[in-house]
Ligand binder design. Sequence first.
Ligand SMILES: [Zn+2]
Length: 178
Amino acid sequence: MAYLTTPKLIFPIDDYQVNGAPFGKRSVYNGVVWGLHLGEDCLAEAGTDVRAIGRGRVVYSAFHPGTGEKGNWGNIIIIRHKQAKTRRVFYSVYAHLGKCFKLIGEKVDLGEPLGFIGEGNTPENGFWPAHLHFAIYIGPWRDEVLPGYWKEGDQRTRPEWWQKPSDFIKQYLDQHAD
Ligand SMILES: [Zn+2]
């Protein structure tokens, strides 16, 4: 599959606000230690549109319902992008969607709808309060879903493979301005 360059980025929802768990927070829910939070959580009304932050290709689109006892991703989409100037590849992650509008392999344009914020405490949103988990990943792609947290000794990912999403988007816009 060809790599598409991504000249511009936008935020995935209107009025993007990190009013849930911030990037890098050590999170504990119901006495369970989840580890370091690898994205930003935006609490938002169910049904709110979630859009592709930039041009790219869908590399993951699936449903991980979880259970009432242990939450999961619900519907999740991951898009591969390529920086227009540095040619570096990065990925954007959108989780807890009510539905996935795009399939693996599909091309997406900047601002194209990927889904919407899922209803809270449903299989679709993975049994959490209604919110978007949004993340930026710059590590190697292994053709499998990425984790939302990292714990000491966890081999699934490394903290240095994740970027603070809101800073990444702001810096990207500066770097790619003419
Ligand atoms: Zn999260």
